[in-house]
Design a protein around this ligand. Structure first.
Ligand code: XMP
Length: 512
């Protein structure tokens, strides 16, 4: 059986990062609520526990705690910042409020190099971010490292296998932080490691086969990375027992539908039905200009089409979706509700629960870059695996005002120029999204000796880590100039191009 590390979330902004670091070290990790019961915890058989940091103080009434019975299980435990203070206090140590707190880089002197600091040298740069600190050791603990202002920067009890650090080993500003975590996992907790993408694929294949039996699984393909890799994964497990459905809503970019069709019919063959619903979507969107109304109509039309298609299939008990870990844990905080709520807009087409399928979500516990790696491992081409995110409502939310086939044609032409030119730019891999927006504004221009009165296109090019915040990219003037000149010259109906220099927040990435 594989190792599993349970990362207790005390509301730290870094809990996800801890999980990632542990997985990068070859050990599977999952976030659990800090108040998980002993029996629930034992249900997942953790080989080690990590207690995250958090914004609370163990000195404040009502601070987040751990089921005391868990502390008696004697599972190797690593406490970070708040997690260290919690363990120390629970076991009889003393925690105090610091005079001013300590935030930023610090250098610790290592005095105990046998366990978590093994082989890392006498002095380490670390990242501190704390108000309280441990000032009295619990029985059986000793100091492993300290600084002038924080003499108990790392403590441990080798017999109990409990360790705590006041700094954050999970952030990149602690250069040897991963080695410290690695020492805890392999030297202290004796993890076996070996969690790799190919091991994950094998495990996932077995799980899907066992769960599905001889039923049929439907997979809604959107053309995005998550649903495509989901389809490839389920296809690997059950082959023709999966039926994937791609609804062509007429709102895709140039050649996108054909690319999907050809990818999944020739290079990566799987059972695929492409449903041509272009007219239906355009008909339903006729005369609609309000962004929210557009989104609602697109969502409802998608569900209607999907339901009709699903009815044709026999024994279709399951629906496979590309839900990712951040979607799952976004609603789970140290003080918040249970972690099972999934934000529906993250699911392909926003399929509602009452659609009546059991869900298969093989990537519920993976991050986006892990899914990309998996996609590669499953043999999907980089072109698909590394493609930029594209919104479910497609080009409809990049045409401000009414969506018509004429507007769609103009935007598609402008968009392809943006893609071509931005791809030539060196920083392409750092760009989160780059696209054109068709504005419902006309302006006067002059072409040759003729007056023109035509549309304005806006360029949106942003960097982002997760789409929650974003910044506009300082594209070189030459790149901007080439895009502008090509759009104005090559796309009939456009005589002006503007560059969007707004960050998110307060703007959003898409214009609608
Ligand atoms: P905003 O515009 O909210 O976008 O800053 C953040 C990220 O989400 C994408 N986006 C969507 N993706 N369905 C999706 O699957 C949607 O309805 C949707 N709306 C926005 C957007 O492209 C950006 O990456």
């Amino acid at each position: 059986m594989r190792d599993l590390v349970a990362v207790f979330d005390f509301g730290s902004q870094y809990a996800q990062l801890i999980v990632r670091r542990v997985r990068e070290l070859g050990v599977y990790a999952e976030i659990v609520r800090h108040d998980i019961s002993k029996s629930d915890l034992m249900g997942i058989f953790p080989c080690a526990l990590v207690f995250s940091g958090g914004p609370s103080s163990v000195l404040a009434p009502g601070h987040p705690e751990v089921d005391p019975e868990i502390m008696e299980l004697n599972i190797p435990t690593f406490g970070i910042c708040y997690g260290m203070q919690l363990v120390a206090r629970f076991l009889g140590g003393k925690v105090e409020k610091g005079n001013s707190g300590e935030y930023g880089p610090a250098s610790i002197e290592v005095v105990g190099a046998q366990s978590i600091f093994y082989g890392l040298g006498p002095c380490l740069d670390v990242w501190m971010s704390h108000g309280d600190h441990v000032v009295g050791l619990p029985e059986g603990f000793h100091i492993l490292a300290g600084t002038a202002s924080c003499p108990m920067a790392a403590i441990g009890n080798d017999e109990k296998k409990f360790y705590g650090v006041q700094f954050h080993p999970e952030v990149v500003h602690t250069p040897k932080g991963k080695d410290i975590l690695g020492n805890f996992l392999y030297r202290v907790a004796q993890c076996k490691g070996g969690w790799t993408m190919s091991a994950f694929i094998e495990e996932c294949t077995r799980d899907i086969r066992n769960r599905v039996g001889d039923s049929t699984v439907i997979c809604a393909l959107s053309g995005g990375v998550d649903s495509a890799v989901t389809a490839a994964m389920v296809n690997r497990a059950i082959g023709t027992q999966m039926q994937s459905i791609f609804v062509d809503n007429g709102l895709m970019r140039t050649a996108e539908v054909n690319e999907i069709r050809s990818l999944f019919s020739s290079s990566y063959p799987l059972n695929l039905t492409v449903v041509d619903a272009c007219d239906r979507f355009l008909h339903n969107l006729k005369g609609i200009t309000d962004p929210e109304e557009k989104r609602k109509i697109i969502g409802e039309t998608f569900i209607q089409v999907f339901r009709e298609e699903a009815k044709r299939l026999e024994n279709a008990r399951f629906l496979a979706q590309g839900t990712l870990y951040p979607d799952v844990i976004e609603s789970s905080s140290a003080h918040g509700g249970p972690s099972s709520t999934i934000k529906s807009h993250h699911n392909v087409g926003g399929l509602p629960d009452e659609i009546g399928f059991e869900l298969i979500e093989p990537f519920r516990y993976l991050f986006k870059d892990e899914v990309r790696l998996l996609g590669r491992e499953l043999g999907l081409p980089d072109k698909l695996v590394f493609r930029q995110p594209f919104p479910g409502p497609g080009l409809a939310i990049r045409i401000l005002g009414e969506v018509t086939s004429e507007n769609l044609a103009v935007l598609r032409k402008a968009d392809i120029i943006v893609q071509e030119e931005v791809k030539k730019h060196d920083g392409y891999r750092d760009i989160w999204q780059s696209f054109a927006v068709l504005l419902p504004v006309k302006s006067v221009g002059v072409m040759g000796d003729e007056r023109t009165y035509a549309n304005v296109v806006a360029l949106r090019v942003v960097t982002s880590v997760d789409g929650m915040t974003a910044d506009w990219v300082k594209l070189p003037y030459e790149v901007l100039g080439r895009i502008s000149s090509r759009i104005i010259n090559e796309v009939k109906g456009v005589n002006r191009v503007v560059y969007d220099i707004s960050s998110k927040p307060p703007s959003t990435i898409e214009w609608e």
